[in-house]
Design a protein around this ligand. Structure first.
Ligand code: ATP
Length: 233
C-alpha cells in the first residue's frame, strides 16, 4: 500500500445550526479501497461532501497528499484529483449518454470515452440514449463513468448499490473491482456491508457523526454486538 492520500483529522461540520460531524478521523492510502459504513443519517454523505467542500467544515483538518483542502472551492478540489459520485446520481436527463460523459471530460487525461466504454460496455450500447430513459443501474454506471472522465486519483462513491437489484449490484461490484485493480484509491460509503466487504480493504463505521470502529472486515464479522449497535444487521 502506498502513502497516505487522504486524511481527515477531527473534522466537525454543521448544516446551519445543526452539528452533524463530531471529530471524524479517517485515512486512505494510495491504492486502497476504504469503506465508510453506517445507517441512514449516520453522516456518510456529509463526510464525503465535506471532503469536496460542499459542506462547511468548522473544525479539524482535511489533507489530500499532504495539502490542506479546507476552504478550497469544490472545482479546485476536483481539479486536484478528487471525484465525488453523488448518491442521487444527478445525471442530465435531457442529454445523451455521450453528452453526459463529455460534460466531465478532461482532455489529455488518462480517462477517455473509449476507456470508460471498455469498463462499462453497456454504456457504449446506450451511447445515443437520453439519460432520463436509463434504468437505475445504468444511471449509476453513467454517474461513475462521468466522474472518471474528470480523471480523479481519489474516487468518493456515495452508496452506489442503493436501490439496485442484486444482479445489478453484482455487476457494479465487478466494475468497482476493476477500478481498484487499475490502482485508483476509493472511499466507498455503504449501508450494504456484503457489497462493501467484497471490495474494501478495511472499514470505518460512523454513527451520529462519530467514527465508532476502524479495522478489517474480519474483526467486524467476528463482533455481532458491534454490527447490531451500528449497522442494520
Ligand atoms: P443516508 O444513508 O441517509 O444518506 P448518511 O449516513 O449519508 O445517510 P447524512 O446524509 O450525512 O447521513 O446525514 C447526517 C445527518 O445530517 C442526519 O441527521 C441528517 O438528517 C442531517 N442532514 C443531512 N443533510 C442535511 C441538510 N441539508 N440540512 C440539515 N440537516 C441535514
Amino acid at each position: 500500500m502506498g502513502d497516505v492520500m487522504l486524511e481527515l483529522r477531527q473534522v466537525h461540520a454543521y448544516y446551519g445550526r445543526s452539528h452533524v460531524l463530531y471529530g471524524v478521523d479517517l485515512a486512505a492510502r494510495e491504492g486502497e479501497v476504504v469503506s465508510l459504513l453506517g445507517r441512514n443519517g449516520a453522516g456518510k454523505t456529509t463526510t464525503l461532501r465535506a471532503i469536496v467542500g460542499l459542506v462547511d467544515v468548522t473544525g479539524g483538518e482535511i489533507l489530500y497528499a499532504g495539502r490542506s483542502l479546507r476552504g478550497l472551492p469544490t472545482h479546485e478540489i476536483s481539479r486536484a484529483g478528487i471525484g465525488l459520485v453523488p448518491e442521487d446520481r444527478r445525471i442530465f436527463g435531457d442529454l445523451t449518454v455521450v453528452e453526459n460523459l463529455e460534460v466531465g471530460e478532461r482532455p489529455g487525461g488518462p480517462w477517455t470515452l473509449e476507456r470508460v466504454f471498455a469498463l462499462f460496455p453497456k454504456l457504449r450500447e446506450l451511447a445515443g440514449r437520453r439519460g432520463a430513459s436509463l434504468s437505475g443501474g445504468e444511471q449509476q454506471m453513467l454517474t461513475i463513468a462521468r466522474t472518471l472522465m474528470t480523471c480523479p486519483r481519489l474516487l468518493l462513491l456515495d452508496e452506489p448499490s442503493e436501490g439496485l437489484a442484486p444482479v445489478v449490484v453484482r455487476a457494479l461490484a465487478e466494475n468497482i473491482a476493476a477500478l481498484k485493480g487499475s490502482g485508483l484509491t476509493i472511499l466507498l460509503s455503504e449501508q450494504n456491508v456484503k457489497f462493501a466487504r467484497r471490495l474494501a480493504d478495511r472499514a470505518y463505521i460512523i454513527e451520529k457523526g462519530q467514527i465508532k470502529f476502524e479495522g478489517p472486515f474480519a474483526r467486524l464479522d467476528a463482533d455481532l454486538s458491534l454490527r447490531r449497535a451500528y449497522l442494520s444487521v
